[in-house]
Design a protein around this ligand. Structure first.
Ligand code: PGD
Length: 766
């Protein structure tokens, strides 16, 4: 990244991690100049340098050799076979033939088009929007619901608060926290690394500034979690290192103190909550004989009982915000800490007051805590999908492995569809999914896999038909997000690499062969669509500049809505503003959830012993709890080859952080190459000894590109993809969310010959 003024030839652009103007020479990015409006530009911008002409770009359409030879069918070597370069005309015809075959023989219920992924910023060339629109014109597809980010809460919170994602988008704003919050208890921290990123872009990164200002003003910030780095040391005043997976026990014990010492707000429970009796019985041990006292919790979570009691006293005596990160729910029984956090906030009686109550996702993503615009952003219409079948997003491997099998989801009994063709555009399942050996086996059962990608990611390598996509700097687009203060004219800065085409052009060509072009394009070119989408947005407010003025100016400012307080209206008048729960109130226990009879998600917050934690039998073999969380040096797996991401590697691999005592016990030093393993797989990693972690806990980020070492079982990844180690189970039968945040592992020094990272070079072509 370069500071200072951009060159005169460059135009504005934006990314999920910030707005910038690129310096481009000979078709590639040589420098990135952050937006002058950004007080804290993200170093992730540095990954863009050299990314347009990188050797991992896909130069032309490719078809897997075996698919070309044998046609569609299960492929035990998919992901290991060479590719054959073909021309656009040929690939379009072959793809159209295959789509025709599948739609006519098996119907749209046999096409999986969920195609989860962040792809790039830009409202029109939004890869998921494009693929969904395209498949809808063919008759529809099996979709996915919920996200890998917050899928567990997205299903739980409607039962508790009457809304899921909407609630997460209207958290109390940072300026309100700054003014009113006296104590902020950050369960899972407020990790700075995640705040650089927001879907659609953040022109001004302000969150870290807000945290620093809160600390300077005297707000007490307490980190509850096993990794000291999850709340910047400069701002946090206290660290309570709970054991991973035990947050629900810790939170219930705080509730226990409030109840047994009469420090809770009985009136708030009576006027704003439902189901208090059942949950109080549980807290006091009247229903199961075990009071959820600090002493009970201390045994489980490792935090001293007196420290828990003292924290409860402080919370009850001042304006307190309880924040809960998304990582808490990206785990087995992930509903419980979130529900327990809401219960704790309800007992304190500060929900809906400025600076009090709870927040979910501060620090999990850059735009949480910033008020969202109320107008609709320019959005490509996706058409109508007549297929009702949808899977919870993180159940993809189950679906492919067990067609026709039944599963539970949010009170319903469902059946997995039988998939003949997977279409992926703008995501990397071999990054975002868990237990990658299992996903690989599942993926190889599908007769045809189609992927659009700019780069030879693991997802592209595991496809049959690969269409080379442009990257965002190679096309014009409009950048906007629900909280960004600017709409950005994303000017193309370079010609498409080799034969790469944008997703819209690729889909239009296939649609032309299939006779659906008119429905797909509506007769518009990409440039026409930009103007059309912008004009639709402008129609909301006549004061907005016309398209040409916007395009020439590069950005138009979008005023932020005023700061808000979560559930303020409901607090003020619960009868006039009831929640969309059966009672109209906050459901501290839910008769609906209880009626499902799920042992892994009972009707009120409960601590449930995870299968993988320090206390489980399995810890005898794999004694370290691995935190598998989002990376600081890139967005997910994007541009892992970029400069900034590469600089973060240790011994050329993804770093693994380990406490000094655990390192000494294993004879490890910083810089050593190690194997991180369990019985699902293993990966190589570079050691970083770090006292900022609790003993017994190690941390590795997601996003290193899967690079299987040939002929090694179970799967060994040479690059350090942490999802070879995580468990592929739903968080519970209620939400079936992603449970990839933690796993039990062991670490040992790597003594053999050092395997090459195949993912760092393109696959073989013939
Ligand atoms: P990305 O790396 O962003 O990851 O998973 P996701 O699949 O979103 O993938 C986006 C892909 O789109 C990249 O390969 C990029 O090259 C491609 N792309 C970019 N622009 C275009 C374009 O214009 N067209 C096309 N066709 N492709 C394009 C993220 C997911 O991972 C998320 S959101 C979360 S929160 C989860 N987090 C965790 C976690 O904490 N722990 C574990 N163990 N696992 C996780 N997985 C989840």
């Amino acid at each position: 990244m370069t500071a200072g003024p951009p060159s005169s030839t460059s135009h504005f652009h934006t990314s999920h991690w910030g707005a910038f103007t690129p310096g481009i020479e000979r078709g590639d990015v040589t420098a990135v100049h952050p937006s002058p409006f950004d007080p804290a530009p993200s170093p992730l911008l540095g990954n863009l340098v050299g990314s347009l002409r990188h050797r991992l770009r896909i130069p032309r359409p490719m078809v897997r050799e075996g698919w070309l030879r044998d046609g569609p069918g299960p492929a035990p070597r998919r992901g290991d076979e060479p590719f054959v370069p073909v021309g656009w005309d040929e690939v379009v015809d072959r793809l159209a033939d295959e789509l025709r075959r599948v739609y006519s023989q098996r119907g749209p219920e046999a096409v999986f088009g969920g195609s989860y992924g962040w792809s790039s910023a830009g409202r029109f060339h939004h890869a998921q929007g494009q693929v969904h629109r395209f498949l809808n014109t063919l008759g529809g597809y099996v979709a996915s619901v919920n996200t890998y980010s917050a899928g567990t809460s997205e299903v739980l919170l409607p039962h508790v608060l009457g809304a899921g994602p909407e609630i997460l988008r209207s958290l109390t704003s940072w300026p309100v926290l700054l003014e009113h919050t006296e104590l902020m208890v950050c369960v899972g921290g407020v990790p700075a690394k995640n705040m650089a990123v927001a879907p659609g872009g953040v022109t001004a990164h302000t969150t870290e500034g807000h945290l620093a200002a809160m600390a300077a003003r005297g707000t007490e910030l307490v980190l509850v979690g096993p990794d000291r780095r999850d709340l910047p040391a400069e701002v946090s005043s206290r660290w309570l290192p709970v054991r991973p997976g035990t947050d629900a026990a810790f939170l219930l014990a705080l509730c226990h103190v409030l109840v047994t010492e009469g420090l809770y707000d009985e009136a708030f429970l009576a006027t704003h909550c439902a189901g208090s009796d059942q949950v109080l019985d549980h807290l006091l041990g009247r229903s199961d004989g075990t009071p959820k006292s600090p002493r009970w919790a201390a045994e489980l979570c490792g935090v001293d009982a007196d420290a828990i009691t003292a924290l409860a006293h402080r919370m009850a005596s001042r304006r307190t915000m309880i924040t809960l990160t998304f990582s808490l729910q990206r785990a087995e029984f992930g509903e419980q800490p979130v529900w327990a956090g809401v219960l704790l906030a309800a007992l304190l009686g500060q929900i809906g007051l400025p600076g009090g109550g709870f927040g979910h996702g501060y620090g999990s993503i850059g735009d949480n805590g910033h008020p969202a615009h109320t107008t609709t952003l320019p959005t490509l219409p996706q058409g109508h999908n007549p297929v009702r079948e949808r899977i919870p997003v993180a159940r993809i491997a189950d679906m492919l492995l067990h067609p026709g099998a039944e599963y539970d989801y949010d009170g319903a009994r469902r059946r997995y569809p039988d998939i003949e063709l997977v279409y992926w555009c703008g995501g990397n399942p071999f990054h975002h999914h868990q237990h990658l050996a299992r996903l690989r086996a599942a993926w190889r059962r599908v007769p045809t896999v189609v992927v659009h990608e700019p780069y030879w990611t693991p997802a592209a390598r595991h496809a049959d038909i690969v269409l080379p996509a442009t990257v965002t700097l190679e096309r014009d687009d409009i950048g906007a997000s629900r909280t960004d203060t600017f709409l950005t004219a994303m000017h193309a800065g370079a010609a498409p690499y080799e034969q790469a085409r944008d997703d819209y052009t690729a889909f239009s060509a296939v649609a032309a062969v299939l006779g659906t072009e008119k429905e797909y394009t509506e007769g518009r070119s990409a440039a026409d669509w930009l103007r059309h989408l912008y004009d639709g947005w402008r129609a909301d407010d006549a004061a907005r500049p016309d398209f040409d003025a916007f395009w020439a100016a590069g950005q138009v400012r979008v005023p932020s809505p005023p700061p808000g307080v979560l559930l303020a209206d409901f607090r003020r008048d619960p009868a006039a503003h009831p929640l969309a729960t059966p009672s109209g109130r906050i459901e501290l226990s839910s008769a609906v959830v209880a009626s499902f009879g799920y042992r892994d998600c009972p009707g009120h917050p409960t601590w449930l012993e995870p299968v993988e934690w320090h206390g489980s039998e399995r810890a005898g073999r794999f004694p370290l709890v691995l935190l598998a969380n989002n990376p600081a040096a890139r967005l997910h797996s994007q541009l892992d080859f970029g400069e900034h991401s590469r600089e973060s590697k240790v011994a050329g691999r993804e770093p693994v952080r380990i406490h000094p005592a655990d390192a000494t016990r294993r004879g490890l030093r910083s810089g050593d190459l190690v194997r991180v393993l369990n019985d699902r797989g293993a990966c190589l990693a570079g050691v970083v000894v770090d006292a900022d972690l609790s003993p017994g806990v190690v941390q590795m980020s997601t996003g290193a590109w899967l690079s299987p070492v040939p002929d090694v079982e179970p799967l060994l990844c040479a690059a350090g993809n942490v999802n070879v180690l995580t468990r592929d189970v739903g968080s519970s039968r209620l939400s079936q969310g992603c449970a990839g945040a933690r796993a039990l592992v062991e670490i040992e020094k790597w003594r053999g010959p050092v395997p090459a990272i195949d993912a760092a070079s393109p696959p073989e072509t013939v």
